[in-house]
Design a protein around this ligand. Sequence first.
Ligand code: PNS
Length: 160
Amino acid sequence: MSIAVYPGSFDPITNGHLDVIKRTAAIFDKVVIGILVNQNKKPLFSLEERTEMIRRVTADIPNIEVYPFSGLVVEFAKEHNVNVLIRGIRSTTDFEYELQMAQINHKIDGNIDTLFFATDPRYSFVSSSAVKELWSYRQDVREYVPEYVIQKLQEKESEK
Ligand code: PNS
């Protein structure tokens, strides 16, 4: 069975992430989505909220599993008996950073390889941070995130 790990912060999941997930799920038998729990960063959405959003917006893709992880992504992949990591590349800036990460991860464990998806140009400037920033200035982000994420952003706002 071919399995790939797609790691990220997903705070929140964007249409760019979703596109990479769909394309990975079309190639691999199973996609394990790893949501980073970073103690040093305060995310907008809790781990539970991020997990729920991903589960909701990928409900129509059967070969997906979602788990949290902390620590090294290589360790997370090994725990799931996976040796392929997936990352999306939007730009040359992404490429430089991702290349370094891929090389570090391969150095930590020589069995781990990273495959890159060239982001769909429609999403080449979309990031979770940009979505949060735009939303905070009351800009329309419907093009960039699934409808369910819009609902969750609205709920966050009404909690304030
Ligand atoms: O969505 P992001 O924030 O771009 O995802 C980054 C992520 C989670 C893939 C990356 O930060 C990561 O793998 N973090 C776990 C720690 C790790 O293994 N780092 C690589 C070696 S330094």
